[in-house]
Design a protein around this ligand. Structure first.
Ligand code: GDP
Length: 319
């Protein structure tokens, strides 16, 4: 219990926007860093109602049964837009949330998606330092949050429903390309549909593997072809099969060095993402820029100043 309180305090400190808190938070993170990185980071996404919380509850309890300690973090993109929440309203993961070997932390409730992702990434490090060896980062299947989660985890899993058309949406949004594994949930409702969906998604993934953008894939297609697995989260069927596939993926990725390379790439990209966000904020806050920004924007809108010239002028003020 004392440890949970310490974790909650640490994460709250890291979520704070106060400058003095931020300085303390940075010190804390730097101290924790040598104790991080030992866990497996699993990203899970899917549309509302696909069964994410049911699945994470089943999976989490299964993993605890195997001796793991499980942390679940959430990125709720709706909170960044409306302050409301798609994921947080109901009681989720009823048994897992009270288990002493599990730690569940809801999404930071405000900020930009980049900011929320930053807090979640930092909370993940706190969980790792506290000895949680499986960290699940969950998000709902809307907008950019899936990319954010894929970019902070070792493996990205997409949950799908067994009806056709669902996978087309994922392909259109480019989410299918991010997936290292696709799980068809609720296979109990219509086993035939689930089998058809599995065949369809498998061939879609194969096409994406052949014709997709290799730079989007987080795995090496010559070594790992994303698998498609059917489960019933509600009836706890297929969870062991799912974890076998995860273990296999992890083993391959570790042996061939991709896991370490993926983490390095993520850390570098993350640093630049945060630099860009920070620079933009400083630019907007800069007194000379603030004094001119409205007038210059109006001139661009009125068509009297080329947008690129406007940008150069403002950037010079910032210099
Ligand atoms: P989330 O919004 O993705 O977190 O979805 P939930 O986990 O809240 O599940 C939405 C609904 O689907 C709930 O009523 C669950 O009981 C139900 N559900 C989840 N998994 C299964 C499953 O494998 N089979 C069936 N029949 N229902 C499921």
């Amino acid at each position: 219990m004392a440890q949970r309180r310490a974790m909650a305090k640490a994460i709250t400190l890291l979520e704070s926007t106060r400058a003095d808190h931020r300085a303390l938070g940075d010190e804390l993170l730097t101290a924790l860093l040598p104790h991080t990185g030992q866990s497996f980071r699993l990203g899970i996404s899917g549309v509302p109602g696909v069964g994410k919380s049911t699945f994470i509850e089943s999976l989490g309890l299964y993993l605890i049964g195997l001796g793991h300690r499980v942390a679940v973090l959430t990125i709720d993109p709706s909170s960044t837009v409306s302050g409301g929440s798609i994921l947080g309203d109901k009681t989720r993961m009823e048994h897992l949330s009270v288990h002493e070997r599990a730690y569940i932390r809801p999404s930071p409730s405000s900020g930009t998606l980049g900011g929320v992702a930053e807090k979640t990434r930092e909370a993940m490090l706190v969980c790792e330092a506290a000895g949680y060896d499986v960290v699940i980062v969950e998000t709902v299947g809307v907008g950019q949050s899936e990319t954010a989660v894929a970019n902070m985890t070792d493996m990205f899993v997409l949950l799908q429903l067994p009806n056709a058309g669902d996978d087309l949406q994922a392909i259109k949004k480019g989410v299918m390309e991010l997936a290292d594994l696709v799980v068809i949930n609720k296979a109990d409702l219509d086993p035939d549909a689930a089998t058809r969906a599995r065949a369809q998604i498998t061939s879609s993934l194969r096409l994406l593997g052949l014709h997709g953008h290799p730079e989007h894939a987080h795995h090496d297609e010559s070594i790992w072809h994303p698998q498609v697995i059917q489960i019933s989260a509600l009836h706890k069927q297929g969870v062991d099969h799912f974890w076998d596939a995860v273990t296999q993926f992890r083993g391959l990725q570790t042996a061939n060095g991709h896991l370490a390379a993926r983490r390095q790439g993520q850390a570098r990209a993350w640093m630049w993402e945060r630099i860009e966000a920070g620079l933009k904020q400083r630019f907007r806050d800069h007194p000379a820029v603030r004094a001119q920004l409205d007038a210059v924007t109006q001139a661009v809108l009125a068509g009297t100043l080329p947008a690129s010239t406007a940008a150069r002028q403002l950037l010079e003020l910032f210099d």
